[in-house]
Design a protein around this ligand. Structure first.
Ligand SMILES: Nc1ncnc2c1ncn2[C@@H]1O[C@H](COP(=O)(O)OP(=O)(O)OP(=O)(O)O)[C@@H](O)[C@H]1O
Ligand SMILES: [Mg+2]
Length: 260
């Protein structure tokens, strides 16, 4: 069996005097899986994602992502971890309006120390693959919601993360734009990108994931796998397998992982 991308062991988190936001949650996600996290409002979905992203720490239990013990990281270690291992997509895009689309996408690589020319080249390749090249010089405020979310996905992929996390990625989009983003996530996963998507949207969960984890009152109450994810566009293989910048042919290893 492959080494897990995510390994949560008996993770609990409680805020103030409230009931536990998460209660002894254990979860293993393997390379190439696409997991939808479903559950009512307040059930602990974002808390779970934040713990995986190192944005928050559990009170008890351990969080390991791609071999890194995330719960033990300090502030600097946690920032470095996020830059190198995870890409994040949020409901409201969180793009910087003062920067162009290209600069937004290139930012994670620039923060990780990549030279400007190289970062701009990879950003341009991602934008082209995601059908956004004509907006490269625009500012995000000029784009539609669906376009903005695709820019956010491009930015999340910039540093070739082991894990892509999305919290309600279609929550602010109309149906058509939501379907665009859903297709994009499905294609990325079909090419091997490990994915965890928090959503209220059952259609999104069905169309772009192959495993459904249901949370209620901070506990996992259901965990079901399916093999229903359709095959994605071959053009995205290079993005997911991280071969875009080097220009070499995609190996297909990542894609075959997805089929497990
Ligand atoms: N920073 C915080 N401070 C205090 N309480 C919090 C904090 N973050 C979450 N909570 C509480 O923890 C519980 C779980 O919240 P969480 O945001 O994980 O729910 P969610 O499933 O993502 O809900 P939604 O679908 O509405 O986004 C809620 O009761 C919430 O009020
Ligand atoms: Mg939430």
């Amino acid at each position: 069996m492959s080494v897990p991308v995510i390994e949560l062991r008996e993770v609990s988190r409680r805020y103030d005097d409230g009931p536990p936001a998460l209660h002894e949650v254990s979860l293993t996600v393997r390379p190439g899986e696409a997991v939808a996290v479903l559950g009512p409002s307040g059930s602990g979905k974002s808390t779970l994602l934040n713990l995986i992203a190192g944005l928050d720490r559990p009170d008890t239990g351990t969080v390991t992502v791609d071999g890194v013990r995330v719960d033990g990281l300090g502030e600097a270690g946690s920032a470095l971890y996020r830059r190198s291992k995870v890409g994040m997509v949020f409901q409201f895009f969180n793009l910087l309006d003062d920067l162009t689309v290209t600069d937004n996408v290139a930012l994670p690589a620039r923060l990780a120390g990549m030279a400007r020319g190289e970062a701009d080249r990879r950003a341009a390749e991602l934008l082209e693959l995601l059908g956004l090249d004509r907006h490269a010089r625009a500012h995000p405020g000029r784009l539609s919601g669906g376009e903005r979310q695709r820019v956010a996905v491009a930015r999340a992929l910039m540093n070739r993360p082991a894990l892509l996390l999305a919290d309600e990625p279609t929550g602010a989009l109309d149906t058509a734009a939501g379907q665009d983003v859903s297709r994009l996530l499905r294609d990325l996963n079909a090419e091997g990108q490990t994915l965890v998507v928090v959503t209220h949207d059952l259609a999104l969960a069905r169309s772009c994931t192959n495993r459904t984890v249901r949370i209620a009152d901070g506990r996992i109450v259901e965990d079901v796998r399916s093999d229903a994810v359709a095959t994605g566009a071959a053009t995205l293989r290079a993005v997911a397998s991280g071969t875009v910048a080097s220009g070499t042919a995609a190996s297909g290893t990542a894609a075959s992982e997805a089929g497990r």
